[in-house]
Write a protein that binds this ligand. Sequence first.
Ligand SMILES: [Zn+2]
Length: 387
Amino acid sequence: MKTTLRTDITVKDICDGFVYNELEGKGLFGLSGKLTIQPEYQRNYIYADGKKDVAVVESLLKGYPLGLIYFVKVSEDNLEVLDGQQRITSFGRYVTDKFAVKDENGMEQYFRGIAADKQAKILDAQLLIYECEGTESEIKEWFKTINIAGVPLNDQELLNSVYSGPFVTLAKAEFSNSQNANTQKWSAYIRGSVNRQDFLERALDWVSKGNIGDYMSRHRYDTDIKELKTYFNSVIDWVSGVFIDVEKEMRGLEWGRLYEEHHHKPYNPAKISAELRKLYADPYVSNKKGIFEYLLGGSVDTKLLTVRVFDEATKKSVYAKQTAQAKAKGVSNCPLCALGHDANQSKIWKLNEMDADHVTAWSKGGATDRANCQMLCKTHNQAKGNR
Ligand SMILES: [Zn+2]
């Protein structure tokens, strides 16, 4: 890969022909049309928060360097911004009067309103730009390395850059488009933000059964996203059909896996809802997120619910009572050992050799309290648990 350091390009040069798309939140072009500011793999403009964008302008006014900017030379007349897109979009928007910055008197000033010498200071600022030429894989590998400043790219943003093309463009228009009205509904089940590609990542994760990179590579040049969209909508429709309740614990669950495992079974949504309400009200259920998979699996696997265990005080007091009674009778303090005929029949176990057990199982309505607690030797407790 060949890199050339350029110090001759000014803010004014970049802002010549600067185009900002308000709807998409993207800086598009600059440098008299030669520069593509926001290639497909770049994230949306996220500096527009009245702080980071203002800081860029203040740095220029004070003559501070903006840091290194990287361009990729795509062809003789075409450059793409590899790193620095947020900074460029910030000063581009300021110079084209898209936002104002407070002056030394605390007055909001647009670019057109500031003194000529200040305007010149911004426009004449020279940037430190590396122009890189190389193969796609060289550049993208390198992109991973340099993108350490600012907000680092997350996994999906990196994948979007590595597999940029028509498929990513279409997929982003559907799944990372804040104007998409479906986003609200999806966010009941999916955690994260549209801008940071979390919805797109989930959609790809589901359809590819976890092999996102492989899927993007195979579909890179596809000109439709039918399969991706259909699968995603099937999962969402299935979840919202089976569970008529929307609980905050549903956000971020592995709905793709649960769909694969359970979507062929019939469910009665009203009955599911009643069971769900009961489990939500049960003080012994400490993992509410597990309720959904527990219900889908037919209310069998109580491990998913992390049913509250007996506390130390309860164990100690049950142990003391059980041991005193056993000693008086000359039998083991493990009631199951006491029933046996081997050497353990009269063995007195230490507290740390025993575990607490629900006499009546929680799943059959047994409470996690003293009255329903018995201490068993570890062997018997495990044997009981495995039944
Ligand atoms: Zn025992």
